[in-house]
Design a protein around this ligand. Structure first.
Ligand code: NAI
Length: 396
């Protein structure tokens, strides 16, 4: 039987908005520019050109809809339109950073929607202070990311990139590549965070006959789900890292995870381990990762998320390599924005906006902040402060 079929579905709990919405709202969307690709492929919905497929729908109802990719600095279109916007839609792929300062200026903002998963580009504490609802399309791209994680693990362990580069350059030297190529079978793989993505990564790794699958999360898994992945929970992060040949990071970026993988924590990993990060770039110290590749403490680093996006030309991860000239499996932020995922997160963002405009309750699983507090347990442990219901946390 498929694991998913025995995992109990979460109840559909909804929360009503405490703020009132305007009959004619200004909706501001910051999306990435797709250029020729977006003109040719209309399913690239997360682009400025294709506007999440919601332009006509919003305009028919008389709402104003502004879409831009211009997001940096006080003269940007983002900052120009923000003070009048009631709804802001952003994607993690081209994040408009909604800082505390900007939240002060966004006096009409009531709803911030993340078209995708991961709302760390918003200062969530400041959003709570201003009673701004923050919602994301939970689950919309978690399979896309889990597949990318498994791919990146294999790309690193199998030393694929140098082998491919050799072929493209006209070369043929088996030994040069094989000297750093391994099998995933028999290795220990560990995930930091066992929510929707981390869980799916472990599910997908089961047939590879790894020596052991490990997970670390401050939230426990439901009993049925825990049985489903046949992985061992480790209580202390450092203990897990010391045992793992491959580590994959699958937790959100928040105060407790920013800069978590610094030189000190990386030094506690098994020497020569592979590290995969598709969660958020800023969870890792970029220079510490590059240094660890150079020294051999890490054999490889891969993922698609960067501490600033788009990443600068001089970002250390663009050229970081291990001692043998491989070990880099970085891509632009693409794992959660496959064509399939774009359909799901565009539809999900539309549904969040529709509910808001109709004065209807939101699905609890999509809520990060509401009524001035966190609605999710995933963005850090806040035992005394949060009203989080646990709808978004460990497990599928
Ligand atoms: P989720 O909310 O289902 O699971 C996150 C898990 O991380 C929760 O179980 C939570 O308890 C755990 N966690 C939080 N802090 C932790 C810590 N310090 N140590 C260990 N565990 C911790 O979220 P989901 O859907 O699995 O996504 C996870 C993250 O992946 C997102 O927040 C986002 O940053 C990233 N993501 C990246 C995408 C991409 O395109 N590269 C696309 C989608 C998500």
């Amino acid at each position: 039987m498929l694991i998913r079929s025995i995992v109990p579905l979460r109840p559909l709990v909804t929360r009503r908005f405490s703020t009132t919405m305007s009959s004619k709202a200004k909706v501001l969307a910051v999306l990435y520019r797709g250029g020729k690709a977006a003109e040719e492929e209309k399913k690239l919905l997360g682009t400025v050109e294709n506007k999440l497929g919601i332009e006509e729908w919003l305009k028919e109802q008389g709402h104003e809809f502004v879409v831009t990719d211009d997001k940096e600095g006080p003269d940007s279109e983002f900052q120009k339109h923000l003070p009048e916007a009631e709804i802001l839609v952003t994607t993690p792929f081209h994040p408009a950073y909604l800082t505390r300062d900007l939240i002060q200026k966004a006096s009409k903002l009531k709803l911030a929607v993340t078209a995708g998963v991961g709302s760390d580009h918003i200062d969530l504490n400041a959003a709570n202070e201003r009673n701004i609802t923050v919602a994301e399309v939970s689950g919309s791209n978690v399979v896309s990311v889990a597949e990318h994680v498994v791919m990146t693990i294999l790309v690193l362990v199998r030393n694929f990139v140098p082998a491919h580069e050799q072929i493209m350059a006209g070369g043929w030297n088996v030994a040069d590549v094989a000297r750093d190529t391994y099998d995933l079978e028999g290795k220990v793989v560990a995930t930091v965070g066992c929510g929707r993505i981390g869980y799916r990564v472990l599910q997908r790794l089961a047939p590879f006959n790894c020596k052991e699958l490990l997970w670390y999360d401050y939230t426990d898994l439901p009993a049925e789900a825990a049985k489903g992945i046949q992985a061992r929970r480790v209580e202390k992060l450092e203990d897990m890292l010391a045992q793992a040949d491959v580590v994959t990071i699958n937790c959100p970026l928040h105060e407790g995870t920013r800069g978590l993988f610094n030189a000190d924590l990386i030094s506690k990993m098994k020497k020569g381990a592979w590290l995969v990060n598709t969660a958020r770039g800023a969870i890792c110290d970029s220079q510490a990762v590059a240094d660890a590749l150079k020294s051999g403490q890490l054999r490889g680093y891969g993922g698609d998320v960067w501490d600033k996006q788009p990443a600068g030309q001089d970002h250390p991860w663009r050229n970081a390599k291990n001692k043998l000239g491989g070990g880099n499996a970085m891509t632009p932020h693409v794992s959660g924005t496959s064509i399939d995922a774009q359909t799901r997160y565009a539809n999900g963002a539309k549904e969040i906006i529709r509910r808001y405009l109709a004065g209807e309750a939101q699905e609890q699983q999509n809520l990060i902040c509401i009524d001035g507090d966190y609605a999710s347990k995933a963005y850090g442990q806040r035992e005394n402060k949060t009203k989080a219901t646990g709808q978004k946390g460990a497990g599928p």
